[in-house]
Every structure is written in C-alpha cells, then in structure tokens.
Design a protein around this ligand. Structure first.
Ligand code: MLT
Length: 264
C-alpha cells in the first residue's frame, strides 16, 4: 500500500489485527527485512512495516534528510492509519529514528524495542566514514555499498552458509536509490547524542542485540539497558547486526512476549 505523507509517497504494509506493532528497518535496507516477523506475528498482532523515506518503494527525493523528518513521516503514517499508540521496534537506524520519535511524540509510544542500535552520536571518525561512503555510493552505485555493508550486517557463518539471506540483503541494498543512501548517511552523521534522553524514557522498553554484532555491539545495548529505567535486555546468540534475519525465531519470541506483557 502507498500513502502521501509530508509531500512524498510512502510504501507500507498493514497485516493482522490487535495491538499495533510498527517496525522500522535498518540502513540501507527496506521493509521486507521484516517479512519473517510479519508472517509470524500478524496472527496475533497488527503488524505495520514501512519503507522509510529514501528506501524501497517509497520516494527518495534528492534533498536534505534528517532523523526527525523520518520520525515525522512515521507519525504521519500513524495518523493516516488512525493509530493513536503502538509498540515500536527499530533496528539500528530504525532505533536511531525511534529515539528521535520519542523526543517528539512520546505519547504515541506504548512500548519500545531497540534492536542492534545505539544511543551515542557518531564520532568524528564515524562522520568522516559516512561522507566517504556517500561518495562511494555516488561514484560506484548501490552494489558497491552492498559489498561494504554485507560483512558489517551479517555474521561470517551466515555469509558462508546461508546464501539466501545474503542474496536477500544484497537485493534490498541494490534496490535503493543513491539519493536515499546519501540522505541517510547525512541524517545519521548529524544525529545528536541520545544518552541524556535515555533516563527520560518512561514506556516499557526491551533491548535486543546479536551477540556477534560488531556494528552496534552488546556493550552499546548494555549501556542503553543500564540508563533506560526498567529496560530489559536480551542477547541473541549466533546473530550479528541483523539479528531478526539471522535468528528470526528467537527475535520473534522476544517481540511476542514483550507485546503480550504490554497487554496485561
Ligand atoms: C544500520 O544497520 O542501520 C546501520 O549500520 C547503522 C549505522 O550505520 O550506524
């Protein structure tokens, strides 16, 4: 399905009934990274996934991107769907956007799941890396970005033995436009430090991280769990950054159990 928000077209899926759970994908992927979650959880819950601005079937305007703007797009989609409050799940960049969303729209958040993400801003070196990657995207195209990103997103065991997952990730990355990839990199480089926000998060929060995640390692997850009042943390073995794709059963079980507890 498609709708107009904030002057652009956003593509989304809306499956099932019950507690709404909104999933925000990672950089530089799209909403189909949540296909297994959608299939497994939509018999119990209302599962909403969207292609963020710059990704998949949504528009990727050539202009400035910010995480606040992504949060505004998500809020406008909730309005369109007449959803007042939801459980939100964000993985990596999706998590950065949820921290921006919480700053602006905390009242819309019934619960929060932050997966394979971090609260810190980029270091100076990290920002420089974003700029270099944007230049590679511009000069060589999305397949060069896939070559760089796949070893950061998936564990060596997955890369070696599960070609269908590698192929799926590559197809998602290669389906994006340069304007969206560069836009995300700019938005992530400019994001503020969210550590001071963590103590103010009052909704129930679950942190998830793949034990082998090197992009946003378990130490980043532990820091968030320490600072967010009452947050739970679960570390998934045999998973790297895209824990939901590498260990879907474990990931789905954590989301389902957290969502069920929210309804008690
Ligand atoms: C992501 O998976 O969204 C990215 O690795 C996040 C980042 O580059 O900081």
């Amino acid at each position: 399905m498609h709708t107009q928000v904030n002057g652009i077209t956003i593509a989304y899926s809306d499956q099932g009934t019950g507690l709404p759970i909104v999933f925000l994908h990672a950089f530089p992927l799209n909403r189909t990274m949540w296909a297994t979650q959608e299939n497994a959880l939509s018999s119990q819950f209302r599962i909403i996934t969207l292609d963020l601005r710059g990704h998949g079937e949504s528009d990727a305007p050539l202009w400035r991107y910010t995480l606040d703007q992504a949060a505004d797009d998500v809020c406008a989609l909730l309005d369109h769907l007449a959803i007042q409050r939801a459980l939100f799940v964000g993985l990596s960049m999706g998590g950065y956007i949820l921290l921006a969303f919480y700053r602006k729209y905390a009242a819309r958040m019934k619960g929060l799941i932050l997966a394979d993400t971090r609260a810190q801003a980029d270091t100076a070196e990290g920002k420089d890396g974003r700029f270099q990657m944007a230049q590679i995207a511009y000069k060589k195209g999305p397949s060069a970005i896939a070559d760089i990103m796949i070893p950061k997103l998936l564990s060596p065991a997955t890369i070696q033995a599960r070609p269908e997952i590698v192929q799926k990730v590559r197809a998602m990355i290669e389906g994006n436009q340069i304007s969206g990839i560069a836009g995300d990199l700019m938005a992530m480089a400019e994001r503020p430090d969210s550590i001071p926000l963590l103590a103010q998060i009052t909704c129930p929060t679950q942190i998830i991280v793949g034990k082998l995640d090197q992009a946003t390692p378990p130490s980043d997850a532990e820091l968030m769990a320490e600072k967010i009042p009452g947050a739970r943390i679960t570390i998934i073995p045999n998973a790297a950054h895209l824990a939901n794709l590498e260990q879907p059963e474990a990931f789905n079980q954590i989301v389902a159990s957290f969502a069920s507890d929210l309804l008690k």
